[in-house]
Design a protein around this ligand. Structure first.
Ligand SMILES: Cc1ncc(COP(=O)(O)O)c(C=O)c1O
Length: 407
């Protein structure tokens, strides 16, 4: 993003500000779809970024919606998704299920025997039939930087429990039809080989589980975890050869030609679209250290700290105001009254001055809504979606208390 456009956005909507390039969303959607086996379905994981313009852009490319809360379901509905929504996630309450059923959602990813019983109960109450993929935690170890399956985790059915005697009976429930298997290994899967291996494992798991439970597996959601750099201007991942590698696994599976193959992605689809613009408020010395104080911090980029990943020296801060000579080592901190409000420690960067506008790229996924928004009650930054040099829409996510007194 050039300095002139970013200054224009800041003068209109203030600093800090998230700006999302819809052309980047479209480009990533096209690349990923082209990298999947012919006929497979791609779901957008709203947890990465529920921004309306991003969701609409992805829907226009034929991507479906994967949601895990009532808020994400409403965001999907508002973006025009209808019967192409799947609702998942651990810990679905009766109230949540009632709301999503009332909104017309009929496809679920089911996490446990209790979840299955609850989904069935609520479907009976609503007088509707639902289908459910069983989310399985396979017994094989995954290839993912943040593993969520193939290791002990709170996600999905432990595969051994589904293969044990009595499991099929526990899942024979009214208004509830098992139709598939869902395996999500984790995020930031680093290579095409690892993605292919995980897909093979998901297909094998689907076969084992559906055979043991005696249901027809018509859907396999093989997850994804397609990678993209976070908050750094490192080159995006090379998915060359993905289609050939996934195709080979898919064609080798006995489920090929019988089941619908699906994938899901959040990060890859929207990370590259987002840039956080921030202004330097102060540059301070303390002993041997230099601190750059920004108007943004972990309340806007909390995904990093919240996930235990304060990036320290890996953050990229592009100075849009001035490229100065030299290199200093600085700690880049935010405006919150906590020493944890640190975006980078020991960052090597050219000198900055108060008033400089800096840009953090590749923060379109797990940026604002993955952050500590309410902490210290700062106003949330505006979020602007643009195409070329045209602003398409702008929003501000509320984070104040709203009284419940008047209902
Ligand atoms: C079940 C499930 N699906 C999809 C995703 C999205 O992952 P990513 O953003 O890496 O594509 C996640 C992320 O945690 C997840 O838990």
């Amino acid at each position: 993003m050039n300095a002139e456009f970013s200054n224009e956005l800041i003068s209109q909507h203030g600093s800090p500000l998230f700006a999302y390039d819809l052309d980047a969303v479209a480009a990533r959607a096209r690349t990923l779809i082209a990298g999947l086996p012919e006929g497979s379905r791609l779901y957008y994981s709203f947890k990465a970024n529920p921004l309306p313009a991003i969701a609409r852009e992805l829907r226009a490319h034929g991507v479906r919606a994967e949601v895990t809360s009532v808020g994400e379901m409403v965001a999907a509905k508002n973006a025009g998704f209808e019967d192409n929504i799947v609702f998942g996630g651990p810990g679905k309450s009766e109230a949540m299920i009632a709301k999503v059923l009332a909104a017309g959602v009929r496809h679920f990813s089911c996490e446990s025997f209790t979840d299955a019983a609850r989904l069935s109960k609520m479907a009976v109450q609503a007088g509707v039939e639902i289908t459910a993929m069983l989310r399985v935690n396979p017994q094989q170890a995954p290839d993912a930087r943040l593993a969520m399956s193939g290791v002990e985790s709170q996600f999905g059915f432990d595969e051994a429990l589904l293969l044990a005697d009595g499991a099929a009976e526990r899942l024979r429930l009214p208004n509830f039809t098992m139709n598939g298997v869902h395996v999500y290994f984790g995020t930031q899967v680093a290579s095409v080989e690892a993605l292919a291996k995980n897909t093979r494992c998901a297909l094998e798991t689907a076969e084992r589980v559906s055979r043991a439970l005696g249901f027809e597996c018509t859907v396999v959601n093989a997850g994804g975890g397609f990678p993209w750099p976070y908050a750094s201007d490192a080159a995006g991942s090379d998915l060359a050869g993905l289609r050939e590698a996934l195709d080979a696994e898919w064609r080798a599976s006995p489920l090929h030609g019988k089941a619908q193959l699906c994938f899901e992605s959040g990060r890859y689809l929207c990370a590259s679209s987002g840039t956080l613009l921030t202004t330097v408020l102060d540059v301070k010395r303390a002993g041997t250290k230099t601190y750059v104080v920004l108007d943004t911090g972990i309340h806007h980029l909390g995904g990093m700290s919240g996930l235990g990943r304060i990036p320290r020296a890996s953050l990229t801060l592009l100075n849009l105001t001035s490229q100065r000579d030299g290199e200093l080592v600085m700690d880049v901190v935010g405006p919150l009254c906590s020493p944890l409000d640190s975006l980078a420690r020991g960052q090597k960067m050219a000198p900055v001055e108060v008033g400089d506008v800096l840009a953090v790229t590749n923060v379109g996924a797990y940026g604002l809504t993955a952050s500590l928004l309410g902490f210290l009650s700062h106003e949330t930054p505006a979020e602007v979606a643009y195409r070329g040099a045209e602003v398409v829409e702008a929003w501000r996510l509320p984070c104040w208390h709203a009284s419940l007194r008047d209902g």
